[in-house]
Ligand binder design. Structure first.
Ligand SMILES: [Zn+2]
Length: 369
């Protein structure tokens, strides 16, 4: 190996160190977080923010606005087309320089970065990972936070493919970084359903371990009949993802977004109707219930990569060979024609998002008749 090249003597231009006298006079408390140190802050009476000219509630708004998470406008920060979606178009950041201005401002604002940032995880189907790997998975991300900061994490948003929900969600719920999480949001995107690549029928089942489409159909039928007869609905098996919420000690609210494309909106409606009856078991006789919670519906226009590989209208196995005529009588299928026209314009299908909310309530037992 070649030795390190040495700099020519006399040519080293290191800047002279600048010492902050004020900092040097303060007692050295290296391992104590700044907000727990005993050093009193300068009251900053020369500043309009602290001398009464600007009222405290306005000051709080200014600080909160300055520490808002913002989406980068740099073209290199844009998410790839197949990941980009409303509110998630490029990487985001919070500029924390304000915290370094003085101790008094630090003390008023140090909680805001953890509170204002959305703690969002993509589970192998998201924007490219940053160079320091594992920062985009929960364990790596939260391991960088000291415990006082972790205590401020009260909301988490998960984009989840079905395999992750079924195989990893329970393990996620057991992790200690969730100790203070009061609200969990789960988004199931158009491409997150099982076998979306081949345009298989949508299926999801929170009540049994390793479910399939047929089990879902049976359970929907069972629960509908039970509801009509005033009997208990199918319960949540151990090992099912729906039985894992009770492992989150502080959870009070859940939101699930279900997304699919135009051609599958009827299938989704069927699932959402069933989902409204899900009562996820929690601790001490409580459940997460949709009763009295808000519902939201919204749509957006996606891009070409959101089309299924199969033609969703005539069902041929590659949309490139769709010949528009797979309907009785040989007439052009209007769905196929529309898809071709949209693809030619660089457009994807219209995507529909159905959002349901759950809150923790007392479980009212339905007795067997
Ligand atoms: Zn077709």
């Amino acid at each position: 190996m070649a030795p390190w090249p040495s700099l020519p003597k006399g040519d080293r231009q290191f800047p002279a160190p600048v010492f902050d006298d004020e900092l040097l006079r303060q007692p050295h408390e290296p391992n104590i977080p700044i907000h727990q140190r005993t050093t009193p802050p300068n009251p900053q009476k020369d500043s309009p923010l602290f001398n009464g000219l600007i009222p405290p509630e306005i000051r709080n708004e200014i600080f909160s606005y300055a520490l808002t998470e913002t989406t980068s406008t740099d073209p290199s920060a844009l998410y790839p087309e197949h990941i980009s979606r409303p509110d998630y178009t490029a990487s985001t950041s919070i500029c924390t320089a304000l915290l370094q201005t003085c101790r008094l401002i630090y003390l008023e604002t140090y909680r805001l970065p953890a509170l204002n940032r959305e703690h969002v995880f993509w589970h192998e189907r998201g924007p490219p990972s940053p160079a320091d790997s594992y920062i985009d998975v929960e364990e790596g991300y939260f391991s960088r936070m000291p415990s006082w900061q972790l205590d401020l994490v009260t909301e988490i948003h998960l984009f989840t493919q079905m395999y992750w929900l079924e195989q990893s969600f329970e393990d996620f719920c057991r992790r200690s970084f969730n100790a203070k999480v009061e609200k969990l949001k789960i988004t199931i995107r158009r491409g997150d359903w099982w076998w979306n690549e081949s345009n298989e029928p949508l299926f999801i089942h929170p009540k049994i371990d390793s479910p399939g489409f047929d089990e879902m159909v049976d359970s929907i039928r069972y629960d509908r009949a039970a509801a009509r007869a005033g009997k208990p609905l199918q319960s949540f098996e151990d090992g099912s993802w729906g039985s894992a919420f009770k492992l989150l000690p502080s959870l009070k609210e859940l939101e699930i977004e279900f997304e699919t494309s135009d051609d599958k909106s009827e299938e989704l409606e069927n699932i959402v109707d069933w989902a409204k009856t899900w009562k996820f078991p929690m601790k001490e006789g409580t459940v997460l219930s949709t009763e009295g919670c808000e519902e939201e519906n919204w749509s957006w226009e996606s891009t070409v990569s959101y089309w299924s590989e199969n033609c969703p209208y005539c069902g041929v196995s590659s949309r490139a060979t769709c010949d528009f005529t797979q309907v009785p009588g040989g007439e052009a299928n209007p769905g196929c024609v529309e898809m071709r026209a949209r693809m030619a314009r660089g457009e994807g299908p219209t995507l529909h998002v159905r959002s349901l909310g759950w809150k923790v309530v007392e479980d009212v037992k339905v007795e067997d008749l």
